[in-house]
Design a protein around this ligand. Structure first.
Ligand code: SF4
Length: 58
């Protein structure tokens, strides 16, 4: 199960996800996310998330 990021870690992940969306518009975050497999991510937007607070690059 994923742990919820706290404080600045969560803010940093959000900024990084937005920056990636800006850098590569139309590309899904899940394609490069560490949690893109069953059991690690239960978000309904997987595998086509374009914004995600839990995004973590591989
Ligand atoms: S929905 Fe979010 S946490 Fe889940 S795989 Fe996609 S980017 Fe990662």
């Amino acid at each position: 199960m994923q742990q919820k990021p706290k404080g600045l870690g969560k803010l940093w992940r959000r900024i990084r996800a937005r920056w990636l969306a800006f850098k590569a518009p139309g590309r899904f975050l899940c394609d490069s996310c560490r949690y893109d497999y069953r059991g690690a991510c239960n978000r309904p937007e997987r595998p086509n998330a374009t914004q995600c607070d839990d995004y973590e690059p591989r």
